[in-house]
Design a protein around this ligand. Structure first.
Ligand code: ZN
Length: 256
């Protein structure tokens, strides 16, 4: 049984969806603290026996401290994420407004390369690029991938300062070596043709990477390349005070 729940953070005219998913009795990600009422209601209606996190970000772990305090169940995260969860987050203002800071909690380190529930066996695949501890879960028998924040959108032209386009391409290529068709995305929900969309994103980023490297070899600077390829700033980039910006897209390719 796979069941996904859409949670929506609304601030003025802004809407930010985030999904948490039940696989049999395991919860994948605990959602942001700002939506804790909805998350606690979902938890109350299900017999959850464990929590597995796709990565440490506050919109994926926000209710894990509450789960730790009130339920005696194991919570798992990739080894690279354990330490990040042992401290309260200190988020940039816009992220704390949207998702709220997350208190410290004590997840266990994921070991092995499989995660089993009653009806599903998922391969645990390390896919850094969005976060160092990012994993996706793939059930090849049923053709399903829970992609966390690896996919998000098929043609992104802007990235966060902590992201790396070459690593994202590498991780998408690794994901695509597995057999699956359907994708459950943490912000896009159920995507019946998710594999095609992931291929499209990989190809889009490969194309950007090649174009950026060509301009760089011809002697252009990072900001010249940014201004040529992505001249405009979108509202979200201002809102994030440029923690999200095309400059990070270009930078992460040149830095490789
Ligand atoms: Zn994330």
């Amino acid at each position: 049984m796979i069941k996904t729940f859409k949670l929506v953070r609304k601030i003025a005219a802004l809407r930010m969806p985030v999904y948490i998913t039940m696989i049999d009795d395991a919860l994948v990600d605990s959602g942001p603290y700002s939506l804790h009422r909805q998350v606690r209601k979902i938890i109350g209606e299900h017999q959850i026996q464990s929590v597995i996190h796709t990565h440490h970000h506050e919109d994926h772990t926000g209710n894990s401290p509450w789960i730790e305090k009130h339920m005696q169940i194991p919570q798992w995260i990739h080894a690279n994420g354990v330490e990040k969860c042992l401290e309260d987050t200190k988020l940039p203002f816009y992220r704390s407004v949207f998702w709220n800071n997350r208190k410290a909690f004590n997840p266990m380190e994921l070991s092995g390369d499989e995660f089993k529930t009653k009806q599903h066996t998922f391969k645990i695949v390390h896919t850094p690029g969005h976060a160092d501890d990012h994993i996706i879960l793939i059930d090849e028998e049923n053709g399903i991938c829970l992609s966390g924040d690896l996919y998000l959108y098929h043609s992104p032209t802007s990235h966060f300062s902590f992201e790396s386009v070459p690593e994202l391409i590498h991780s998408l290529n690794i994901a695509l070596t597995y057999s699956f068709k359907e994708v459950y995305c943490s912000h896009g929900g159920y995507l019946p043709n998710g594999r095609r969309l992931m291929e499209r994103k990989r190809d889009f980023l490969l194309n950007i990477q090649e174009t950026v490297l060509n301009h760089y070899r011809e002697g252009r600077t990072i900001s010249e390349i940014r201004n040529m390829l992505f001249p405009k700033n979108k509202p979200f980039q201002y809102l994030s005070l440029f923690e999200n910006s095309p400059i990070h897209t270009v930078n992460s390719i040149i830095k490789k």
